[in-house]
Write a protein that binds this ligand. Structure first.
Ligand code: PAF
Length: 281
């Protein structure tokens, strides 16, 4: 397809995609909340390489925000976003809130213990809101492949579970975290950091990365090291640090007996909440 087609309504989206699918084309989908950065672009480029038609949605989903100030302050850069995806995306879906939620959503999802930890524990209702929007988008778009970043490690696990529980024939493709030069994981929320806070935020990855080198590498040593380093930085307010099994997301007591183990962190710089994660094994 030539150029980016911007669509605002579900009806037009379904219509256009119906014609595309009738021509046997594969569809790659990248859901976003806009304020796009190179992390999003890496997902979009992967979709562009792997599928014939790329759809990117830009919608700041109120259902997944439990904090009204966070929703109000979430960065919005619609014109820049569309310029940025030019050449890689065929369809940008930019619906209004009323288009997505003509009535308040009532869906209830249950991801069991996957959602009772970390982001799910800190942000009640967050994953129900994520699942609600992603399921609706999947139903309208019917992508062959959908792309999600590993920075939102718990979200990725929950989306995989959603697709499995509902028997959806969509391949979930995970994409590595893209980082700034000083290591900070790219995130739309980074746009809210002052230049000084931005520099300081690089410490999150420096600390996580350094923690992989601890000898002996035990859960207790990792926790002690990361907590000490984070607490040394007065501008940081730790929300959680969890060392979890890569599949169940449950906290582990030892790195042995688990095939994959990740460290996941959430912290505030002022009221700006940042998350990151690192693999230990
Ligand atoms: O990761 C995000 O940006 C959002 O949670 C998503 C998947 C676009 C759903 O609103």
């Amino acid at each position: 397809m030539a150029g980016v087609l911007t669509i605002n309504t579900v009806e037009e989206l379904k219509d256009v995609l119906f014609r595309i699918k009738s021509n046997g084309k594969s569809i790659g989908f990248v859901p976003t909340m806009g304020a796009l950065h190179d992390g999003h672009l890496s997902l979009i480029k992967k979709a562009h390489d792997e599928t014939e038609v790329v759809v990117c949605s830009i919608f700041v989903n109120p259902a997944q925000f439990n904090n009204p100030a966070d929703l109000a302050n979430y960065p919005r850069t619609p014109e820049k976003d569309i310029q940025m995806v030019e050449g890689f995306v065929d369809i940008v879906f930019t619906p209004s809130n009323e288009e997505i939620y003509p009535e308040p959503p009532t869906e209830q999802y249950n991801f069991g213990t996957l959602e009772t930890v970390m982001e799910g524990a800190s942000r009640p209702g967050h994953f129900n809101g994520v699942a609600t929007i992603v399921k609706r988008l999947f139903d309208w778009i019917h992508p062959d492949k959908a792309y999600f970043g590993e920075k939102d490690f718990q979200q990725l696990t929950i989306i995989r579970q959603l697709v499995k529980d509902l028997n959806m024939e969509i391949q979930i493709v995970d994409c590595p975290t893209v980082r700034e030069k000083h290591g900070l994981a790219m995130s739309s929320r980074n746009k809210r950091l002052s230049p000084e806070q931005f520099v300081l935020a690089g410490e999150i990855f420096r600390i996580l990365n350094a923690s992989t080198q601890i000898q002996p590498l035990t859960v207790q040593n990792i926790r002690e090291f990361v907590m000490r380093e984070i607490n040394n930085i007065t501008e940081f307010r730790l929300d959680y640090l969890e060392i979890v099994d890569a599949t169940t997301l449950q906290p582990v007591e030892s790195l042995d007996e688990h095939e994959g183990v990740f460290g996941c962190i959430a912290l505030y710089i002022n009221e700006i909440r940042l998350i990151d994660n690192i693999r230990y094994k």
